[in-house]
Write a protein that binds this ligand. Sequence first.
Ligand SMILES: Nc1ncnc2c1ncn2[C@@H]1O[C@H](COP(=O)(O)OP(=O)(O)OP(=O)(O)O)[C@@H](O)[C@H]1O
Ligand SMILES: [Mg+2]
Length: 107
Amino acid sequence: MLLNLCNNAIDAIYARHGSAGGNLGVEAGPTENNMVLIKVTDDGCGVDDDNLKKIFSPFFTTKPVGQGTGLGLSICFGIVTAMGGKMEVDSKPGEGTTFSVQLPMAG
Ligand SMILES: Nc1ncnc2c1ncn2[C@@H]1O[C@H](COP(=O)(O)OP(=O)(O)OP(=O)(O)O)[C@@H](O)[C@H]1O
Ligand SMILES: [Mg+2]
C-alpha cells in the first residue's frame, strides 16, 4: 500500500518538477480512536476535482498506456476497507496531494 502511494507521489512530483525533484513525506502515528494514521504527502501536480471523484475507481488512470493500469489505488482502497480501515485523499491542482490511511491497531 505504501509503495503504491509513494510510486504515485513520485510520478506526480516528476510531472510537476521534472528531474529537479520535489518533496515526498510519510508520517505515521496513533489516533484517539485506537487507529494508526498514515499520511503520504507530496508537492506534485495535484488532482483536479473531477478526477478526485474517480481516483479510487478501478482502471481510472491519467498515465499513458503501458505506464499505468489505474488499479493501484482501487486495490489499496479495497484492502484498507477490508481491514476495517479508512482511506481518504485531499488534493490541490498545482500544489500537491495527501493520502490519509487509518488502520486498526493490531492486538
Ligand atoms: N499523489 C498523486 N498525485 C497526483 N495524482 C495522483 C496521485 N496519486 C494518484 N493520482 C492520480 O490517480 C490516478 C490513479 O492512480 P492509481 O494508482 O490507481 O493508478 P495509476 O498510478 O495510474 O496506475 P497503476 O495501476 O500503475 O498504479 C493516477 O493515474 C493519477 O492521475
Ligand atoms: Mg499507481
